[in-house]
Design a binder for this molecule. Structure first.
Ligand code: FEO
Length: 395
């Protein structure tokens, strides 16, 4: 499969339509993904990144149909994670002396994973690699976006930013360009990727976007390492990131709960009713966290101005489904969110307070005392839950 980005730059990656789980099973990929590698063929031939290890053989076969492998002058490794470097060992068996350009940290990650002494060349922000015909690759360190070793590079002349994981999406789109994609899927998958992977690094990203902006680069194409390539209005995703990295929220409230004998679920539904009845402009979404994909729910929390978490009490604490979700949410270091908690109990009833304490430590502002109910809710209690929802709508 040959895809030209511009002039002598082509895509040589792999579209993985079957992928349903990524990072082990930590990230759901309902729409598959792609591992994007790029080939620059000017006076010098440069390969930018590879693909995940299971596709190493087909990657090398395809690459060899594009170029004589022995004519590759350099390999750029923007990031050492295995989804981009996995085919490197097999490739380097064939071209063992070819220089590899990467950050100092990437040498650590590549050596740590593959235990090879390749011909490494360390690069830093501002360093360049002359590819001939008046064009250069300019390297930009992207430390902690999202690994310490991450890097991007920019091809002058063609004005292409190879951004690696930044601006990516887990989306297997046969068209490979943003103007050929289903726009609803693209927007959702880009946000899900940001929410579940990049949110903890928002302050760093904010500074990096300012730094890249100050370079006044002409950017015609943004070519990430996953999903579609941004060629139609490519800066739209930069603008989107500048909003997402700044305590992003929409006029949405998300209720996420688990339930044992339906009591906590009844409270969840009554709270939702109260919010909707009080402010119809608010988008309200309710999920049983044990029955819904955690990355999808996390994307909804990312969009929300307020989140309401519920759990019955078991063993003096919250259910494991909620605990696991909240632990993941705390890692993401979301900013500027409000929250409240609720739950039914039979004997001791600690869960709502424990959830509140935990999410407060995760940076959420608790706007109401926990709503607790002993045994099954009566109609009077459900009305109290509706009133609770009304107060949350205006919190
Ligand atoms: Fe797509 Fe951080 O690897």
């Amino acid at each position: 499969m040959h895809i030209t980005l511009k002039n002598n730059v082509s895509w040589v990656g792999k579209i993985d339509t079957e992928l349903r789980q990524f990072h082990g099973s930590d990230y759901s990929t309902h729409k598959g993904s792609s591992y994007n590698a790029y080939l620059v063929k000017e006076e010098k031939t440069v390969l930018i990144d590879t693909v995940w290890r299971p596709y190493a053989e087909s990657f090398i076969t395809n690459l060899a149909s594009e170029v004589d492998l022995s004519s590759i002058d350099a390999v750029v490794v923007n990031h050492g994670e295995v989804d981009h470097s996995g085919a490197l060992p097999a490739l380097m068996e064939l071209i063992p002396d070819t220089p590899i350009y990467c950050t100092k940290k990437a040498i650590d990650s590549l050596k740590g994973q593959y235990h090879k002494e390749w011909n490494f060349h360390t690069v830093k922000t501002g360093d360049t690699l002359d590819v001939g015909n008046g064009k250069q690759l300019v390297f930009v360190e992207m430390t902690m976006l999202h690994w310490p070793d991450s890097m991007a590079c920019y091809l002058t002349g063609d004005n292409i930013l190879f951004s690696n994981d930044a601006f990516g999406q887990h989306y297997a789109c046969s068209g490979m360009f943003n103007d050929m994609a289903d726009q609803c899927v693209l927007t959702y998958e880009a946000m899900k990727y940001y929410a579940n992977i990049l949110t903890p690094f928002s302050p760093i990203l904010k500074r990096k976007l300012a730094e890249i902006g100050s370079l006044n680069l002409d950017i015609d194409i943004i070519a990430p390492s996953h999903g579609v390539i941004w060629r139609e209005n490519p800066l739209q995703i930069v603008e989107q990131y500048s909003q997402w990295c700044d305590a992003y929220k929409e006029n949405q409230i998300t209720i996420a709960y688990d339930t044992m004998w339906d009591g906590t679920r009844q409270l969840a539904d009554a709270i939702a009713e109260g919010i909707v009845g009080s402010d119809p402009s608010v988008v309200v979404k309710t999920y049983n966290i044990a029955k819904t994909d955690k990355n999808d729910v996390m994307t909804e929390i990312f969009k929300s101005k307020l989140a309401v978490f519920g759990s019955p009490t078991v063993g003096n604490d919250m259910l494991g489904s909620i605990a696991g979700f909240l632990h993941f949410m705390k890692e993401l270091k979301m900013k500027g969110k409000k929250a409240a908690t609720f739950g039914c109990y039979g004997w001791t009833g600690e869960a709502p307070k424990k959830i509140a304490d935990f999410i407060e430590s995760a940076g959420f502002e608790i706007v109401e005392e926990p709503l607790r109910n002993n045994w099954n809710p009566t109609e009077e209690v459900l009305q109290q839950a509706r009133e609770y929802g009304k107060r949350l709508a205006h919190a």
